[in-house]
Design a protein around this ligand. Structure first.
Ligand SMILES: *Cc1c(COP(=O)(O)O)cnc(C)c1O
Length: 369
């Protein structure tokens, strides 16, 4: 029996000889970072591919969060979701901002707009929602609240590469949106990320901030940081952009197989596609109801592990339960019943472009009895 390791993800890698040819160009030019030609080209092509007006490349997906908060001068308290990767809340902490956790909607895993208003105080300046697993937030309800109270909205769209609602990029929602191009994401530049904005002035400001605040050779306009993407990774990203549609379609096929096989398994639930949404199949979370399924999430998770099928308990534990944050009033589990439950039930199944039919069957054999 095949017992080789099935990992939860596998990086999309460019063809190595094509990459080498681009490396030769970079070596010949000796321009290896600081807004080189691959950086400029990738920004242009990503803006077109994603359907967004302006984008600024970053060296990872955390620094655009930190930089956007700086650029918008967000202070005080920010309302956010505990059901995310820890970088979302860390970005607030690095700006001296107090995170205020609001529970999620169990139907989507995203922040529940109906619970936002109750968390607003005179110190609230912004909302930082996450399109978790690439599932679009209720952006209209969130914007309505933001407009009513004069708040900024920054979306952590690290999971939402290429996601569209009624043919419009989800990245166009809010004041700005961030992306991560980490190796584990649908589209990667090894490490990398981006910030999406609506106008050229904001892009210019962000471009200054990611380069120490330099506006010209002698002028520093703000306490910026260094978070520029280099030429090597921009070239790698340029090649990966050509095959990302293919990779997303492969993931889609895996999702179809999983859904078929798991649809009628008592105690296992999952998300279906949403009407009008172009999904990217970045993750395939399942939720284990121990009373109906007869096993806890952890029992299933470790049984999979014994068979060399590596899921991930994504997102568990909740951000709000980590030492830095658990003392906050809003971090109490009683305040976050839906997120707490989801974190206790979730396993993300292996999901990537290289899963074979045999791999998929081995994953399913762990779950379907
Ligand atoms: C991956 C991720 C980040 C951070 O991105 P990096 O590129 O790893 O810095 C931020 N938020 C979410 C929701 C993520 O999944």
């Amino acid at each position: 029996m095949n017992n080789s390791q099935i990992t939860v993800t596998s990086p999309l890698l460019p063809n190595l000889s094509e990459l080498n040819a681009l490396m030769q160009k970079i070596w010949d030019s000796k321009w290896i970072t600081n807004n080189g030609s691959f950086h400029r080209q990738l920004e242009k092509e990503l803006a077109e591919y994603l359907g967004v007006p302006f984008i600024s490349l970053f060296t990872n997906g955390t620094l655009p969060l930190i930089t956007a908060l700086q650029a918008m001068r967000i202070t005080g308290e920010v309302i956010t979701s505990p059901y995310s990767f820890v970088a979302t809340t860390h970005a607030l902490w690095w700006n001296g901002i107090k995170p205020v956790f609001v529970d999620i909607d169990p139907k989507t895993g995203d922040i529940d707009p109906e619970r936002i208003e109750a968390a607003i105080t005179p110190k609230t300046t912004a909302i930082l929602p996450v399109h978790v697993y690439g599932k679009p937030c209720d952006t209209k309800a969130i914007q309505d609240i933001a407009d009513k109270y004069g708040l900024k909205v920054l979306y952590d769209a690290a999971h939402a590469f290429g996601v569209k609602v009624n043919n419009v990029s989800i990245l166009n929602q809010g004041d700005m949106a961030t992306l991560s191009f980490h190796a584990t994401k649908v589209y990667n530049t090894i490490e990398g990320g981006a910030l999406v904005m609506h106008d050229e002035r904001t892009k210019k400001h962000i471009d200054y901030l990611k380069n120490f605040g330099f506006a010209s050779e002698t002028e520093v306009v703000a306490p910026g940081i260094n978070s520029k993407m280099d030429e090597v990774r921009a070239a790698y990203g340029f090649l990966n952009l050509k095959q990302v549609d293919w990779a997303i379609e492969r993931r889609h096929q895996v999702a179809i197989r999983y859904r078929e096989a798991l649809r009628n398994i008592e105690g296992i639930s999952f998300f279906d596609d949403m009407p009008g949404v172009k999904h990217n199949y970045s993750y395939f979370p399942i939720f284990v109801d121990k009373d109906k399924y007869g096993k806890t999430r952890d029992e299933l998770y470790f049984q999979m592990k014994d068979r060399n099928v590596l899921g991930r308990r994504y997102f568990y534990p909740l951000i709000s339960s980590f030492t830095t944050y658990r003392g906050l009033e809003s971090a109490k589990p009683e305040n976050l019943p839906n997120a707490t439950k989801m974190a206790e039930q979730v396993i993300c199944l292996p999901m990537h472009h290289q899963l074979s039919e045999e791999d998929i069957q081995r994953v399913l054999d762990c779950i379907v009895r």
